[in-house]
Design a protein around this ligand. Structure first.
Ligand SMILES: Cc1cc2nc3c(=O)[nH]c(=O)nc-3n(C[C@H](O)[C@H](O)[C@H](O)COP(=O)(O)OP(=O)(O)OC[C@H]3O[C@@H](n4cnc5c(N)ncnc54)[C@H](O)[C@@H]3O)c2cc1C
Length: 391
């Protein structure tokens, strides 16, 4: 991959930087879930209305039709300007949308892609079930074909933002014959259909972004199936490929900024003797290691982007970058607790740069679970990339 920017990429960077400099909201994202979702929608709509949404999405569906490199440039400039992250729009923008672009029919794309880009529809993911998380292909939510409809019965769990979502990337079992990976279908599920019951799960921090979703004879038009009936495992793999390989690109770029902020915080924070923490050998060494590691992460990110220019649907290689990234996030957040020391007891502690260090530390525990646990990522790397035997 040639890392030297082209003239048009440089021009795009300058234009993005200039627009972001005057348009990033002054107000931080609220912590309450509904207010946070409204904030995310408002930001995404502003991007759309000003022509910045979907940098690498097709022009005919509301995007800018530019390259993935320009998409990365946009993320870099957004990070630099401390612009909001996609938040509640994450699933639609980062993996439902790319999956539809790759595998949906023209009608499905024309209907859904502009709505995702304009934040007219928030998406959620209905994959995990009480007995099918890591063993996703063991899912039991059933869909029976009845004329032009699928009749869905079952339960999903850990569905992020289900209460705010209009649509869902939904995996259902449409056949029980043969291998469990066959007989799964990937369906566009309308969350407002009769028979859907959403129960928010209130977590320890009193937030309710997780939900249980129950399906009681929910009738979904069969035309909502993407990639063909009983062919949903292939669509799910593409979907998970995007979720693991590219969905976190913005967050990976943002992590480099967090490390720089942490270095600044270590310069500003003093210990009991009045010495700046950056003078502490252990802290300095860990900070230097994190800075080196985010550079390695950047190289992996560019590698993925470069590969996607040739192979449009990511394969198992996304598990390598996801595993490295999620463990690095946890290391950076843990180090932040050492730097802020007593501040770690205050949930609302913010450094001068306004970061929620304590909340981010607590949230980082989820990173090696969501999108497939770190054990599952290791299994994928071992089996599908290294070709190692199963036992
Ligand atoms: C923040 C967050 C957001 C999420 N959002 C969504 C969402 O929007 N939609 C959705 O569908 N799901 C979502 N999930 C669920 C997530 O995908 C599952 O939690 C994850 O796949 C693990 O499944 P599980 O919780 O059932 O754990 P289990 O599969 O029961 O795993 C339990 C433990 O056993 C280990 N384990 C299991 N199988 C193996 C194996 N074969 N080899 C080695 N170790 C193994 C796991 O690594 C884990 O440590 C979210 C999870 C989190 C944390």
């Amino acid at each position: 991959m040639d890392l030297m920017p082209t003239a048009s990429e440089e021009a795009f960077r300058s234009a993005a930087r200039a627009w972001l400099a005057v348009n990033v909201p002054d107000q931080p994202r609220p912590t309450e879930v509904s207010a946070a979702a409204a904030y995310d929608v408002a930001w995404q709509r502003k991007l759309f209305d000003h022509g910045w949404a979907g940098v690498s999405w097709p022009k005919e569906h509301g995007g800018l039709g530019l390259s993935l490199t320009e998409q990365v440039v946009w993320f870099e400039e957004s990070t630099r300007a401390r612009a909001p992250q996609p938040g509640a729009n994450f699933i639609g923008l980062s993996h439902a949308g790319p999956t539809l672009i790759a595998l949906a029919s023209e009608e499905q794309k024309a209907h859904h892609l502009p709505r995702i880009l304009r934040a007219d529809s928030i998406w959620c993911q209905g994959f995990s079930e009480p007995n099918a998380g890591s063993d996703l292909a063991g899912l039991r939510t059933r869909a029976v074909v009845d004329g032009n409809e699928l009749v869905v019965t079952g339960q999903k769990v850990w569905t992020s933002f289900a209460v705010h979502a209009q649509y869902q990337e939904l995996l259902v079992r449409t056949s029980s014959e043969g291998d469990k990976h066959r007989g799964i279908s990937w369906v566009i599920g309308d969350m407002r259909l009769p028979g859907i019951e959403i129960r928010p799960i209130v977590t320890m921090d009193q937030m309710a972004h997780f939900c249980e979703v129950f399906y009681n004879d929910v009738r979904i038009p069969i035309e909502n199936v993407v990639g063909g009936l009983n062919n949903g495992w292939a669509v799910a793999l593409a979907n998970l490929g995007f979720e693991r390989a590219t969905a976190l690109t913005a967050a990976q770029i943002e992590l480099a900024q967090q490390v720089e902020d942490l270095i600044m915080l270590a310069r500003e924070t003093t210990d009991a003797s009045g010495r700046a923490l950056i003078e502490d050998d252990d802290i300095r060494r860990c900070l230097a290691q994190c800075r080196a590691d985010v550079m390695a992460l950047r190289a992996m990110t560019y590698g993925i982007v470069s590969r996607l220019a040739r192979v449009p649907i990511p394969g198992p290689e996304g598990s390598m970058v996801r595993l490295y990234f999620t463990q690095l996030v946890q290391r950076v957040q843990r180090l932040a607790m050492d730097v802020i020391a007593d501040g770690a007891l205050d949930l609302d502690f913010k450094g001068t740069e306004g970061r929620d260090w304590v909340r981010n530390f607590l949230l980082s525990f989820k990173d090696t679970i969501s999108g497939g646990t770190k054990d599952i990522q290791r299994n994928i790397i071992a089996g599908r990339i290294l070709g190692l035997p199963r036992s």
